[in-house]
Design a protein around this ligand. Structure first.
Ligand code: IPE
Ligand code: IPE
Ligand code: MG
Ligand code: MG
Ligand code: MG
Length: 291
């Protein structure tokens, strides 16, 4: 394990513990079992890591960053449950295990996703020692990132995507369905840290770049990584006739675009006076991942 992978593991362990602490207890209902199953089944925990990395750029409040970290993972997990449904990507494997609708049933999976969304906002409401206006800003950012100009619109474009999509259409779809939550996770951390507007703006632009690179890489992984490596069905995009980066520009150009975006993200961080070492390593790590 590289030094940076050990650093990532610390963040993953931290959010996994926080998720255990902030989920309703087991066995009370089928709905809770489905929620717990879909949240506690691993994952890279990228979005929570971004909350932590953002929050470490300024003043520290560990309860606040834990709750915000759990909130973005709740939203992400809801999006995965719904993404896998028969009406969406119809996938049966997630994080190396049966998807929520396969393990439980379709109605339970829809409802588990539904429950996770308000649960995320409830967690942000319960953060102590930050102002109400900071909480409202965080909830506003998260709502905008996930709604009709954000993740859900991106998912809508994904299921309606047409073969005459232009590269700009594809960029927008990828930014909406995946980039916005990634970017917003980092901004939530920055808001908790109390960093100034200029630095927040830099984080936002860095987040945009790595968010788009992340989905391009996800499209590449769908082709190149085995199901064993990725924990997801290999070739799902081709099977579903998805318009992806490799489909539109080919695998080589997709890889180059992901590398270019990563390079741009690193350049964007340069004027920052704060310690961005982890953010630099993260960008490089994400573009080289296999899952
Ligand atoms: C998968 O996200 C869905 C996308 C938005 C591309 P991740 O690759 O972050 O999934 P986990 O959380 O690690 O399983
Ligand atoms: C998923 O994109 C995006 C969201 C869940 C919002 P994909 O459909 O490519 O994600 P995977 O490959 O199933 O993880
Ligand atoms: Mg999808
Ligand atoms: Mg999918
Ligand atoms: Mg994918």
């Amino acid at each position: 394990m590289s030094d940076f992978e050990s650093t990532l593991k610390i963040y993953q362990d931290r959010v996994n513990q926080a998720l255990q602490n902030n989920l309703p207890e087991d066995n009370r209902s089928k709905l809770i079992n489905a929620v717990r199953y879909s949240v506690l089944n691993g994952g890279k925990r990228l979005r929570s890591t971004l909350v932590y990395m953002g929050s470490e750029l300024g003043k520290q409040n560990s309860q606040a960053s834990d709750l915000a970290a759990c909130a973005v993972e709740f939203i992400h997990c809801y999006s995965l449950i719904h993404d896998d449904l028969p009406a969406m990507d119809n996938d049966d494997l997630r994080r190396g295990q049966p998807t929520c609708h396969v393990k439980f049933n379709e109605a339970t999976a829809i409802l588990a996703g539904d429950a996770l969304q308000p649960m995320a906002y409830e967690l942000i409401c319960s953060i102590k020692d930050i102002s109400d206006s900071t909480k409202v800003s965080m909830m506003k950012k998260l709502s905008v990132a996930c709604s009709v100009d954000g993740m859900v619109e991106g998912q809508m474009k994904d299921i309606e995507s047409r073969k005459d999509f232009s590269p700009d259409d594809l960029d927008l779809m990828h930014q909406q369905k995946t980039g916005r939550l990634i970017q917003t996770s980092l901004e939530l951390g920055g808001l908790l840290a109390g960093i100034d507007k200029i630095d927040l703006r830099i984080l936002k632009t860095y987040g945009e770049k790595i968010g788009l690179a992340f989905q391009i890489k996800d499209d590449i992984i769908d082709i190149e990584s085995s199901s064993h490596e990725s924990g997801k069905p290999q070739g799902s995009d081709v099977l579903n006739n998805k318009v992806t980066y490799p489909y539109l520009v080919g695998i080589q150009e997709s890889k180059e675009r992901a590398q270019t975006l990563t390079h741009e993200a690193l350049e964007i961080l340069k004027p920052m006076k704060l310690n961005t070492k982890n953010l630099q390593s993260l960008a490089a790590y994400l573009v080289n991942r296999k899952y």
